[in-house]
Design a protein around this ligand. Sequence first.
Ligand code: KIV
Length: 268
Amino acid sequence: MSPRKPLTLHRLREMHAGGEKIAMLTCYDTTFARVLDHAGVDCLLVGDSLGMVLQGQPGTVPVTLEQMVYHTRCVAAGNRSAWLIGDLPFGSYQESRELALRSATALMQAGAHMVKLEGGGWTVETVRFLVERGVPVCAHLGLTPQSVHALGGWRIQGRDDAAADKLCRDARALSDAGASMLVLELMPSVLGATISRELPIPVIGIGAGPGCSGQVLVLHDMLGLAPERPPRFVRDFMAGAGGIADAVRQYVLAVKDGSFPDPTLHCY
Ligand code: KIV
């Protein structure tokens, strides 16, 4: 089999437009980057979830830009063709657009193709500033872990009409400002599907239902390695798999054929 062509933003947008589901996983090191890339994962996210998964922290807030740069470089070394997204950690973009650009530059120089930042309307001008300067941006709405204390815990977002309307408006504003991808976390499936239908950009869900253009999970969660009972939206792909590479291939297949997430098991 000839190696697949490197994923591009253009191709990801085509997949969204053509209804081909996009499979994304988090990834933090070279070895897993190789495995995930070979297994056909479209996008690798060097997520600040590494604070919990690799460092044993209670959340993502303690993660530093230096740590994100290090792990982005590690993942880039093992990746050949997946689209590589680096998370801007807490404190590396909130203060000013200029700080955001400096932080994004560090991630891009470490090998990221795109940076991800969390937050609604207040991030719109930062997104525009980065995009105008050649940095592709993935926005992130819903349960945004860097604000977990302000949100009052890990709870489902956009449950009432006012909150759902605000998420729809923020999603539209971020897309209009030039964001070329959006992650939606922990919200009712109907809201995830509405936002995905209305935007011209790929919308990747985690606990946001099967109507999104693609799905993302934390790698260690989908490999059944979570120390506690994982959230409802996680499926353990190691159960019944013939090894890690097989579990990842099963994940890609299940996302692509729409069997994951299952509305009766993994959705809100
Ligand atoms: O940090 C991360 O892993 C993420 C995903 C959960 C979307 O932001």
